[in-house]
Design a binder for this molecule. Structure first.
Ligand code: GLY
Ligand code: MN
Ligand code: MN
Length: 495
């Protein structure tokens, strides 16, 4: 299906009006004056007049107030981002910038939040959006982004009601910003057009300060966010169970069956997956970000599944389970699994308010180094191994990261606020130790080669310790086996 071509021009745009992005492929005749006239009228008034504000509106207002207080007297521009063309009139899936969604609750492409200073202190917030498509000039049915093609948009009045923020036409924003005076900052990387409009007014250094603030602002989650993270995890738990129930089909096909199965759950219950699912069977489990997912799934091997549902509000889970495809661990698989489990237990125990962020990483690494020395894979003592970091040949990555709207959340935060910081209630992080023996690692006995194990849970820092948001999934080897047996029985029973 392609858009119907148009004649060369429809109407000359009024001053300030955007020309319609006409697309022509020459296959169809142009638009007659009669048809153009006909399409202007005969449409019902569909304005929605009883809209309630979105649930997170009080939270986004508080977040904007904190941002306002940090940058008094400055104009702040936070774009959602634009569609990206895949080919011709087809676009890649759009996902609004985290900063924009966090501060507005909106996810519309081309949207922009502007905080305009009201004086030495305070700002007024305005959301700039595409309004309903113009029917007079044919935009709604002839433009590739017209509502007839891509679906109804909210009117600006509707958007105001939903978001609790005044809304204006985004097509006027670039000119307004060009004409504006006074200090201004923009979150870069989302809207090249606005960045171009501001090029003489902004500096990379000042814009980076804005980005860093917005990243650090998200380190501590509010109640709405915690609820969404739990919802993301709950959907993810169901997605993992879906996968276990179809392992026989994955064995008959490939890792792709697992990816597709999890994705179905993510799309039905959420927005999408929060990152490319890692569906790593056998030696693929030793590739940290195995997202090709095109390999075989074999009984006797382990399956490492690292996947997370992203909610419709854009919060993602990030969970890993490593499970025997057959339903039963071999003794060596279990030995390695138990070491990772023990490391994860030590890591989770170190997550509490007041702890240094890195404590959980160090606790988990100590367990893994100890086991590697015991197994004779690296020469002790353990202190020497840890000091030299020799365990990292097999532990490979950090033991976790902040989690939220981005899977690796708050990534622009300063070291002193994050990696060298202190845990506080409301922070949410993954604890995800692993051991990975590459298939070509000649320093380990042959039977270890090609085994990779990671266990990853999403841990909320609470007032008195922590809460494992993903505790509904089994973690001990015995519990994983029992869980798989139960789901296999349900599959056999056809439920
Ligand atoms: N899923 C990527 C990670 O665990 O960090
Ligand atoms: Mn993960
Ligand atoms: Mn992770």
């Amino acid at each position: 299906m392609t858009e119907e071509p148009t004649s060369e021009t429809l109407e000359t745009p009024e001053a300030g009006e955007q020309p319609i992005k006409q697309r022509k492929n020459g296959l169809y005749p142009g638009v007659s004056d009669e048809l153009a006239e006909n399409m202007k009228s005969g449409w019902a008034d569909t304005e929605l007049r009883d809209l309630e504000p979105i649930e997170q509106a009080p939270y986004t207002a508080r977040r904007r107030a904190a941002l306002s207080a940090r940058f008094p007297g400055e104009r702040l521009v936070i774009p959602a981002g634009n569609l990206r063309t895949r080919s011709n009139d087809t676009e890649y899936d759009f996902r609004a910038s985290t900063e924009y969604a966090y501060l507005t609750g909106d996810q519309t492409h081309d949207g922009v939040l502007v905080l305009e200073p009201t004086g030495a202190e305070g700002h007024t917030a305005t959301v700039y959006l595409l309004p309903r498509s113009n029917r007079e000039n044919g935009e709604f049915w002839l433009d590739g982004q017209g509502e007839l093609w891509v679906g109804r948009r909210h009117s600006l009045t509707e958007a105001e009601r939903l978001l609790g923020v005044p809304a204006r036409d985004v097509r006027e924003l670039a000119d307004e910003l060009r004409a504006a005076t006074g200090p201004v900052r923009i979150v870069r990387g989302h809207d090249a057009g606005l960045e171009a409009a501001l090029t003489d007014k902004v500096t990379a250094e000042r814009d980076e300060e804005l980005r860093v603030f917005l990243s650090e602002q998200r380190l501590v989650k509010d109640d709405f966010e915690i609820g969404q993270l739990q919802a993301a995890v709950d959907s993810t738990v169901r997605g993992f169970e879906d996968v276990v129930k179809v392992l026989d089909k994955a064995e008959a096909t490939s890792e792709r069956y697992i990816e597709g199965t999890f994705f179905l759950r993510a799309r039905v219950e959420g927005n999408a997956v929060g990152y490319g699912s890692i569906c790593a069977s056998g030696p693929h489990a030793t590739t940290l970000h195995w997202v090709r997912n095109d390999g075989p799934v074999r009984s006797g091997d382990l399956l490492l599944l690292d996947a997370g549902v992203e909610t419709t509000t854009l919060y993602t889970a990030d969970v890993t389970r490593t499970m025997p495809v057959s339903g039963r661990f071999t003794p060596l698989q279990r030995k390695i699994y138990d070491a990772v489990y023990e490391a994860q237990e030590a890591g989770i125990a170190a997550v509490r308010p007041g702890a240094k962020y890195l404590d959980f990483h160090e606790a988990a690494q100590r367990v893994l180094a100890t086991r590697l020395v015991e197994w004779g894979l690296v020469e002790g003592p353990v202190e020497r191994v840890l000091e030299l970091g020799l365990q990292r040949r097999w532990t490979l990555h950090g033991t976790g990261h902040m989690l939220g709207m981005d899977v690796h959340d708050c990534a622009a935060a300063r070291r002193e606020a994050y990696a060298e910081g202190t845990l506080e209630p409301g922070m949410c992080l993954t604890v995800e130790p692993g051991l990975y023996f590459q298939a070509d690692d000649l320093t380990v006995p042959e039977e270890y080669r090609g085994i990779g194990v990671r266990i990853e849970d999403d841990i909320l820092v609470t007032e008195d310790g922590n809460r494992n948001l993903s505790a509904a999934l089994p973690r001990t080897a015995d519990d994983v086996e029992a869980w798989m047996a139960r789901l296999a029985a349900e599959r056999s029973a056809g439920s």
